[in-house]
Design a protein around this ligand. Structure first.
Ligand code: BES
Ligand code: MN
Ligand code: MN
Length: 453
């Protein structure tokens, strides 16, 4: 198989570049056709790779691409999940090259979606081709590649409920996470959940002269900042009542185990160009992103932000706030707690409104399952090192839903790096990682079939 991969190396890269040229930003309505085109691309490439069937399934939002290759119904079935939609590109001026004109520099492909998740999805498409061309597909495989992951997968739950029989499988395989380093493979065994809300603070019913009224009338931006600041205490502990009620507390042994993963705080700070980190007192950086919940403002606006100065007390201020959740927090419950708390701390000088966006529950994937073992053996074979189980700080809300709706566990066999700048300007994906994935996925199928016997 390796020979086949090497022989087709240039084509495998060129095809991914073509995929990356499609600006499939799911959050932007002006890109609706591009999102559709990306779905068409995935469908066509699955068929080219040798799938028996590939189709575009419309939803109330962006379509889902479903495909399958059934080798033999008596073999185990792997359901591959990924997403072909990407995040918006702004701030555009910070990109060294246009986000949808991929370039290869220092053995890395630079483009929006290069790593998250087009590059990783395409590894699976090429792995299918490699396995079929070499008569080596050891399992049945189904593909469910969606176009709304970056906006909350809001139509995927319905799709799953309506296609339960079709989606029947033994394991879900997802490449949408990362490894510690190219010489330190790892497998995420946990993902954080997410509660995302937008808040609006209103003062007077129109903007006011900041001299005539300043100091005497509530300024929504000042008030919003005070409210946000009050939601964490001096230990960076979230102050929303009952926020931590359902948080699973790690034992000292579990914490020690988690902190064994290779991590250099100095390198971390250097990479981020910061003099110090910040977070909940009493926890390490790995714990803060892996097993502790958090609350962050993702965007804040209001008032005058144009050129020069304008003296004004704005009528309104807004913020988008995300809370990352850990087992066993529920995103519905947290959103409700947030809403109640936010309303209760608002001073009488303003009116507030909380608008919940999407959310998702945290997920855990076991290390003693056949799926995890197969992924571990496959990575050990291609990296020459046994992967370390890690906790991922990001969210893929659908993982908890797969378990709930299909009773299926997920294996998160991702190949990205934290330094790939996903969601940021200059997102990139290493050719090393792309080909490591294409090489490792067939071995996952092989070991999964063997261990399932
Ligand atoms: N692939 C990421 C999630 C991720 C990245 C998990 C790195 C672990 C390590 C995914 O595309 C993503 O960005 N998810 C969103 C959640 C969604 C509901 C918008 C996130 O985590 O912000
Ligand atoms: Mn992703
Ligand atoms: Mn993402």
């Amino acid at each position: 198989m390796i020979e086949y991969i090497n022989k087709n190396r240039t084509r495998f890269i060129d095809e991914l570049l073509a995929f990356l040229r499609i600006p499939s930003i799911s959050a932007r309505s002006e890109h609706k056709t591009d999102v559709q085109n990306a779905a068409e691309f995935v469908k066509a490439k699955l068929l080219e790779a040798g799938a028996d069937l590939a189709e575009i399934c419309p939803t109330a939002g962006h379509p889902i691409v479903y495909g399958e290759k059934i080798v033999n119904p008596s073999l185990p079935t792997v359901l591959v999940y990924g997403h072909y939609d990407v995040q918006p590109v702004d701030p555009l001026h910070l990109w060294d090259s246009p986000p949808f004109e991929p370039v290869i520099k220092d053995e890395k492909i630079y483009a929006r979606g290069a790593c998250d998740d087009k590059g990783q999805v395409y590894m699976h498409v090429k792995a299918l081709e490699v396995m079929l061309k070499n008569n080596a597909l050891a399992c049945n495989v189904k593909f469910m590649i969606e176009g709304e992951e970056e906006v909350g997968s809001s139509n995927l739950a319905t799709f799953i409920q309506q296609n339960k029989t079709r989606l029947k499988a033994d394991i879900i395989l997802v490449s949408d996470t990362g490894i510690i380093a190219n010489d330190t493979p790892s497998i995420d065994v946990g993902l954080r959940g997410l509660s995302y809300v937008e808040v609006e603070v209103t003062g007077a019913d129109h903007d006011l002269h900041s001299g005539v009224y300043g100091g005497a009338v509530g300024n929504p931006i000042n008030v919003l900042c005070e409210m946000i600041a009050s939601m964490k205490d001096s230990n960076k502990h979230i102050t929303i009542p009952h926020f931590y009620d359902d948080v699973v507390i790690f034992t000292e042994e579990e914490r020690a185990e988690l902190n064994k993963a290779p991590f250099s705080l100095d390198d971390y700070k250097k990479y981020l160009d910061i003099d110090d980190v910040e977070g909940e007192a009493g926890y390490t950086t790995l714990e803060r992103t892996g097993i502790r919940p958090t609350l962050d403002v993702n965007g804040i606006w209001g008032g005058y932000t144009g050129e020069g100065a304008k003296t004004v007390l704005p009528s309104k201020a807004y913020a988008k706030i995300s809370m990352r959740l850990v087992p066993n927090q529920s995103h519905e419950k947290i959103t409700e707690l947030f809403q109640k708390h936010f309303e209760s701390i608002a001073p009488k000088s303003v009116r507030v409104q909380v608008r919940p966006h999407h959310g998702g529950n945290p997920a855990l994937t076991p290390t003693d399952s056949v799926g995890y073992k197969a992924a571990s053996l496959a990575m050990e074979a291609t990296f020459g090192k046994k992967p370390i189980p890690t906790r991922g700080g990001g969210s893929i809300p659908i993982v908890a839903l797969f378990e709930q709706e299909l009773g299926l566990k997920t294996v998160l066999m991702g190949f990205g790096l934290d330094s790939d700048a996903i969601h940021s300007p200059n997102e990139h994906y290493g050719l090393f990682n792309y080909f490591k994935g294409i090489e490792t996925i067939p071995l996952f199928f092989k070991y999964f079939a063997e261990l399932s016997k």
